[in-house]
Design a protein around this ligand. Structure first.
Ligand code: SF4
Length: 446
């Protein structure tokens, strides 16, 4: 049996694609290894969203071609977003690649492995995105107590800077029963925390049910008794219904945590980004969320250096952050992408200015985070154990309902006890360490 390693780059949605391919590979009589140095087949699931992500994907491909020359690797397969957009360039410039699969062709991975092991070259990239949603088996690579659950694919919002609609196609919801069945499958594997992902989770259902159905989907998921936490990522502010707020408020299993990418808040920039929302509407949504769910944790992401972003536009964003004080913030420098309206706009901002603005925004947000985290000192909070820290056997990484995996601060707990990933604890916060909180075990819950 040949050994196969999958390297998954990019976002949690890409990770789900990698886990689906691994599900097929496991059923396909291959040995799954996470040591690509020893693998006979290396599969790279790429990201093509912005410049830095593309660079990381290309560097990883080039690094793996080395293993084809010096190592065990017989076959190198490259899949996903970068392929969907640049298959011609990849084929021409990196001939060591044996197979290229697009974002609609993950389900053809076994055929691609068998053909390339047979020394055939394979290219499967559907230019046209299918309406069909492929229900594939799943092999989890996240820690076994939490898993991402994709509820839809593609996007119709067409923000002027974004290549996702071109790479992933139009918005396609998964039938609700398929999502519920997969959630039941995940909890049968021991998953406690289910994290809903899509390009835009808030529009779930508009295509196949002709109405927004995220609220009722959440209520159905809450009926699964083994589910402990349900977390919502990638909410688009324009489609945040009162009904959805009500369900998040009333259902104890739903984390009082919202990931709400806003990208900017200056009205002229929002207009040219094609976000179809104003700063006033954003502020009233945030006020409504906080009025209805006072303990809500709001995360957002912003782009700095959008074409034509003046100092005044940028300061408008900083003033908003100072005033609204979001709990979690990520930010990126604008990436000029070809085939996007923004990519053709005049007044592109210099990289130097972008970096200065990014640092200024993150410095401001860091002070806001410290201010908020200081209020936790002396408090007891319920946390879920994620696992042991890489560099210290007595340091455990935990999260409360207020932190998503990989992207948010964590709660660090020092103990010589052997904790179990997925275990719930009550922890007393004692002090801060950079972005993270430090706590001591108050009692073990499960
Ligand atoms: S909502 Fe906008 S930024 Fe997000 S995936 Fe869709 S087009 Fe891209």
């Amino acid at each position: 049996m040949n050994s196969v390693a999958v390297i998954s780059l990019g976002c949690p949605k890409n990770l789900v694609d990698s886990e689906n391919m691994l599900g097929l590979i496991k059923e396909g009589n291959f040995i799954i290894t996470d040591n690509y140095r020893k693998a006979e087949v290396i599969i790279i699931n790429t990201c093509g969203f912005i410049e830095s992500a593309k660079e990381e994907s290309i560097n990883t491909i080039l690094e793996m071609t080395e293993h084809k020359i010096t190592g065990e690797c017989k076959v190198l397969i490259v899949v996903g977003c970068l392929v969907q957009k640049y298959q011609k360039e990849l084929k021409q410039e990196i001939p060591e690649i044996d197979a290229l699969l697009g974002t609609n062709n993950y389900h053809e991975i076994i055929e691609a492995i068998n053909k390339t092991l047979n020394k055939e070259k394979v290219i499967k990239v559907n230019a046209k995105h299918t309406q069909q949603y492929f229900e594939l088996p799943r092999h989890l690579v996240t820690s076994k107590h939490y898993a991402y659950l994709r509820i839809a694919e593609g996007c119709d919002n067409r923000c002027s800077y974004c290549t996702i609609p071109e790479i992933r196609g139009p918005f396609r919801s998964r039938p609700m029963e398929n999502i519920i069945n997969e959630a039941k499958y995940l909890v049968s594997l021991g998953v406690k925390e289910i994290i809903l992902v899509a390009q835009d989770t808030t529009q779930y259902g508009k295509d196949i049910y002709q109405e927004l159905r995220l609220a009722s989907l959440l209520q159905e998921l809450c009926k699964i008794s083994e589910v402990r936490w349900i977390r919502l990522l990638y909410c688009y502010p324009n489609y945040f219904s009162d009904n959805l707020i009500e369900v998040i408020k009333d259902e104890p299993k739903i984390c009082k945590y919202i990931d709400l990418p806003l990208q900017h808040v200056d009205n002229s920039i929002l207009k040219r980004m094609g976000r179809n929302i104003t700063q006033e509407e954003i502020k009233s949504l945030i006020k409504k969320l906080r009025d209805n769910i006072p303990e809500i944790i709001i995360r957002s992401t912003f782009i700095v250096g959008f074409p034509g972003e003046s100092q005044e536009n940028f300061h408008n964003l900083l003033e908003f952050l100072q005033e609204v004080k979001l709990d979690r913030v990520g930010a990126f420098s604008y990436s000029q992408e070809d085939n996007t309206p923004a990519g053709k706009m005049a007044n592109q901002i210099t990289n130097n200015s972008k970096i200065k603005r990014l640092n200024k925004l993150m410095e401001l947000q860091y002070q806001i985070l410290l201010e908020k985290h200081r209020q936790y000192i002396g408090k007891e909070i319920t946390v879920q154990v994620d696992g042991i820290a890489d560099d210290n056997n007595d340091l455990w990484v935990c999260r409360s309902t207020g932190e998503a995996p990989e992207i948010d601060p964590v709660i660090l707990v020092f103990t010589q006890d052997r904790l179990i990933p997925g275990q719930l604890l009550t922890v007393k916060i004692t002090h801060l360490q950079d972005y993270d909180l430090i706590g001591e075990i108050y009692c073990e819950l499960t």
